[in-house]
Design a protein around this ligand. Structure first.
Ligand code: GLU
Length: 295
């Protein structure tokens, strides 16, 4: 008999503030995609950046998810409890001479634009002071077929350059932690915001270096404000009042191309409808959205 692997999805918020409509869209899409496939839906708190995390934010997000009726499976995994696992992967990369120290200043990096030019790669003298660790990227194309955005490819060296796996302040970078934890939690379906589409080739590269399995990816469109910026805490997106889930779920569902029935319905009824009728093919691609698209 062919062996079919059960769907395991996840929502991985960074607790930099309460959920807003943009993060609700990612949470709901990953939840519905998992539940419609009778899969597991995990929540992982990406709490690796203490300076950006107001106290109580992680608990507030979990409370909001509960109020919305987005119930997760198992215990929440906190990345702050996973540092030894990241240390281990990082030391493997170091042992294999795949990373190097970099003390470029913010100003230098800004002047380089979006592609790191590799200037610390072959330095004779390692930096004396605080430094980040960058991973050498190959001049190789990393490609995958996104379930929503279609084929996507990047030449890592040319389009991104060597990227940071451990920051100057000693904290592990998102790219390393996310591949470690998707593998640790056996996540095989990643549904998240399209702002992370261009991070995916870096994650594929790390997975291939560390022999970790590659999940399938689906990047849902992100909500933008009237300036075309992603709705985010940095851009002061308004928190949502999850004590009244139905109107929020309705807006998020419409944004995801689903057509909930008109007429009064509770949050729980809407979710039940959405699980039964979930159609990921109806989700619009990011570039179909006008700069100020709002649900
Ligand atoms: N923690 C990231 C965020 O809140 C999401 C990471 C991911 O889904 O891979 O934007």
């Amino acid at each position: 008999m062919p062996c079919s692997r059960r769907y395991i999805g996840r929502f991985a918020p960074s607790p930099t503030g309460p959920l807003h409509l943009g993060s609700l869209v990612a949470a709901l899409a990953s939840f519905l995609d998992a539940r419609a496939a009778a899969g597991a839906w995990l929540v992982r708190m990406e709490d690796l950046d203490p300076p950006r995390q107001p106290p109580g934010a992680a608990e507030a997000i979990l409370r909001q998810l509960e109020q919305l009726g987005l119930c997760w499976d198992g215990a929440v995994l906190h990345q702050s409890s996973r540092i030894p696992a990241y240390e281990e992967l990082f030391s493997e990369l170091r042992k294999r001479k795949l990373c190097y120290r970099c003390d470029c200043s913010r100003q230098q990096l800004r002047a380089m634009g979006s592609v790191y030019d590799g200037r610390c790669r072959e330095r004779e003298q390692p930096p004396a002071g605080a430094h980040a660790w960058r991973l050498r990227t190959p001049a190789e194309v990393f490609a995958f077929d996104d379930r929503i955005q279609g084929p996507y490819r990047q030449n890592l060296e040319g389009d991104v350059g060597d990227f940071v796996v451990r920051r100057k302040d000693g904290l592990f970078a998102y790219q390393l932690a996310v591949v470690a934890d998707d593998a640790f939690q056996q996540v095989n379906q990643v549904v998240r915001g399209a702002d992370l589409l261009d991070s995916t080739p870096r994650q594929l590269y790390l997975q291939s270096l560390l022999s970790l399995p590659r999940p399938r990816y689906a990047h849902v469109p992100v909500l933008v404000n009237e300036h075309g910026q992603k709705l985010s805490k940095q851009h002061f997106a308004a928190p949502i009042d999850t004590r009244h889930p139905a109107p929020l779920l309705r807006r998020a569902l419409r944004f995801l191309g689903q057509v909930p029935p008109i007429g009064p319905a509770s949050g729980a009824e809407l979710l039940e409808w959405a699980i039964a009728h979930w159609d990921a093919r109806r989700i619009p691609r990011q570039h179909d959205l006008a700069a100020n698209a709002q649900p």
